[in-house]
Design a protein around this ligand. Structure first.
Ligand code: BG6
Length: 468
């Protein structure tokens, strides 16, 4: 199938969700007196500032906390009809449990009301990598008690904001805290411990099910989902060994969360390996029923890059700590198209392959593209005299992905929208402000001055025409 025909036009179903996504820790910043408690990012930055690009920490960010009114105006200007934000757990509950920070309640109320006043539907995510430090000190997601703390926090959010928020998400990319925190050392507490990694993933899934149960009980007449980063796994070849390696990678990195969240049970392939290697999580009676009974209504799909896989060539040293890649090797496919700034492959058809898989293997559950985007370093070089960044590469990137989304829709996919990562340039964890992703640029030298990029104006016309 070719997507070459540039003259073709692409019209999307009526009511398609056009917008972008962002997260609390990456955008809000903190100001004295806001009552926010520290989370793992504040703590880690204090401990090891050199882990962060140019020594920029989460205290700086894009000042959404102060500038949200201007930002929401700009969202409207560039055609948003929906926007995903996350609530910062440690802003709302500085200790993770107990006393509520009333400043935070007013802030999130104001943001939600302001969005609605601009006809932008708020999609609200409850957890985006930002464990309150007080709970991390108790073990974070390794500790089962934190699952219940999370559910209490989720219930509080539903009660406070659920009269207006009708799309909730329990987690964003729950596999990332597993990978970053307990396998590959890019999130706090940067341990390498596969047993803890499995426990963290299991507890996140349990917390997802329990939060869904709590939400349903309130009968608030909205939907609740999860946001997963799905990385389609492509084997190097059709050699059965390569294919098996790709299936293993898929089981570890996609199906580990997708199957329980959507189908209510864990993939057998994964369970077999965990049993064989001796890494089953600790579980309690009734957990699996809970997971079975509380699946998501709506699936957010974050797609950035595919995973290319080949059969293992060299076995790891017998004393090396266990890692999923004991079952496959990464394949550096010659000639692949790269986003060199982020080191991620760009493969537009991947978005279609995921949507088709969700359509055929996951009962065509209602879904949307909750993140897709391109981080580029040094975008200032594309600035014109008015200060607008001409990011034609981003326009191409979005358009090429949208063409494949459109194709999937033509073939019956239940995909309801497209959100770019992200609205404005924001703080990207340890990469800080190295790569810029936004529709709107943020000038850190000028108190975070906002300027719409060319892609923002382009997106406005896409949203207005419901296509391009
Ligand atoms: C997603 C996350 O993984 O990708 C975002 O949900 C993140 O929080 C985005 O910022 C881009 O990745 P990065 O590492 O370049 O910021």
């Amino acid at each position: 199938m070719s997507m070459e025909n540039n003259k073709q036009s692409y019209t999307f179903p009526e009511g398609f969700w056009w917008g972008s996504s962002a997260s609390a820790t990456q955008t809000e910043g903190s100001v004295p007196g806001d009552g926010k408690g520290p989370n793992i990012w504040d703590h880690w930055f204090e401990q090891e500032p050199t882990r962060f690009f140019d020594g920029v920490g989460p205290n700086v960010t894009s000042q959404f906390y102060r500038k949200y009114k201007e930002d929401i105006r700009l969202m409207k200007e560039i055609g948003h009809n929906s926007f995903r934000l996350s609530i910062s757990w440690s802003r709302l509950l500085p200790e993770g449990t107990g006393a509520v920070n009333e400043e935070a309640v007013s802030f999130y109320n104001d943001v939600i009301n302001e969005l609605i006043a601009h006809d932008i539907e708020p999609f609200v995510n409850l957890y985006h990598f930002d464990m309150p430090m007080a709970l991390q000190e108790k073990g974070g997601w390794v500790n089962r008690q934190v699952v219940d703390d999370y559910v209490s926090y989720a219930e509080l959010c539903f009660q406070l904001f659920g009269d207006r928020v009708k799309k909730w998400f329990t987690h964003n990319e729950p596999i990332v805290p597993v990978e970053g925190g307990y396998m590959y050392s890019f999130h706090y507490p940067n341990e390498v411990d596969f047993q803890k990694a499995v426990q963290v993933g299991y507890h996140e899934l349990l917390s997802n099910a329990k939060a869904i149960a709590a939400y349903k009980k309130l009968k608030q007449d909205g939907k609740i989902g999860i946001i997963l980063n799905l990385t389609p796994s492509y084997p190097r070849s059709q050699n059965p060994r390569d294919v098996e390696a790709a299936e293993m990678a898929d089981a570890f990195f996609n199906r580990s969360f997708l199957d329980p969240a959507v189908k209510g049970h864990f993939p057998e392939k994964l369970v077999e390996v965990l049993k064989k290697e001796g890494f089953m999580p600790s579980m309690q009676e009734g957990d699996l029923e809970l997971i079975q009974e509380n699946t998501v209504d709506l699936l957010g799909i974050n797609y950035y890059q595919p995973r290319r896989v080949k059969a293992k060539e060299h076995m790891p040293h017998p004393n090396a700590p266990f890692m999923p890649n004991h079952y496959f090797d990464a394949f550096d496919m010659p000639g692949r198209k790269m986003n060199v700034y982020r080191g991620w492959e760009i493969y537009e058809k991947g978005i279609y392959d995921i949507l088709k898989k969700v359509q055929t293997d996951y009962d065509n559950i209602e879904c949307f593209i909750s993140e897709n985007g391109m981080g580029v370093e040094g975008e200032e070089r594309f600035k014109d005299e008015e200060g607008m960044i001409h990011d034609d590469y981003r326009i191409d990137f979005i358009a090429e992905h949208l063409k494949w989304v459109h194709q999937a829709i033509k073939e019956g996919s239940n995909v309801k929208g497209y959100h770019l990562w992200t609205f404005m340039d924001n703080w990207s964890w340890s990469n800080a402000y190295k790569n810029r992703y936004g529709f709107v640029s943020v000038d850190l030298q000028e108190d975070g001055k906002r300027t719409i990029k060319k892609s923002g104006y382009w997106f406005q016309s896409v949203s207005e025409n419901n296509g391009f």
